[in-house]
Design a binder for this molecule. Structure first.
Ligand code: SF4
Length: 143
C-alpha cells in the first residue's frame, strides 16, 4: 500500500510500477500482481476493480502504522521542508486529477475539503509537491 500509494501520488506511470514490482519481488507472479497493481493500487483500469483510488496522505499512514514515529518528516505538517511529503502529494494528486475524479461520489467530501482551502494554501500545497518531486528527480539513479 505504501509504495503503491507513493507511486500513484507521484505520478509514476502504472506500467512502470507494475514492472518494478515484478523485478523486485521474487514471489511476484504477474497474474496476481497485475490486477493488484494496475487495478487496485494504481486505479489505472478505469475503476473496474476499485470504486476510488487508494490514495492516502500522511495522517492515514500514521493511523494505520507506527512508521511515522521517529521519521525525519513531520506527519502533522502539510507543506514546507520538513512536512510529510505524502500530505502535499496527496492533495496535489487530487488536484491534478480533478477532471477525472471530482465526480466520484466517494471523493465528494475530500474535494469539498480541497475547495475550502484558500488559494494561497492550494498554491503552497502544489509548490510543496513540485519541490519534493523535483528533489526526488535530482537524486542519483541507483538502477
Ligand atoms: S511522516 Fe514519514 S513515515 Fe509518516 S507518512 Fe510521512 S514520510 Fe511516511
Amino acid at each position: 500500500m505504501i509504495t503503491g500509494n507513493f507511486a500513484m501520488l507521484a505520478g509514476v506511470r502504472p506500467l512502470e510500477i507494475h514492472q518494478w514490482y515484478l523485478e523486485v519481488y521474487a514471489d511476484a507472479y504477474e497474474w496476481v500482481e497485475l490486477p493488484n497493481v494496475i487495478g487496485m493500487s494504481q486505479f489505472a483500469d478505469g475503476g473496474f476493480l476499485g470504486s476510488k483510488p487508494y490514495a492516502a496522505g500522511g495522517n492515514y499512514i500514521n493511523r494505520m502504522s507506527d512508521y511515522c514515529e521517529g521519521c525525519a518528516y513531520d506527519v502533522r505538517k502539510k507543506t514546507g521542508k520538513d512536512a510529510c511529503p505524502f500530505n502535499a502529494l496527496y492533495w496535489d494528486f487530487l488536484d491534478r486529477n480533478a477532471d477525472r475524479l471530482k465526480g466520484n461520489h466517494r471523493l465528494g467530501p475530500v474535494y469539498a475539503a480541497w475547495a475550502r482551502m484558500s488559494p494561497e494554501q492550494k498554491q503552497e500545497t502544489r509548490q510543496s509537491a513540485r519541490t519534493f518531486l523535483a528533489e526526488l528527480d535530482a537524486l542519483p539513479k541507483t538502477y
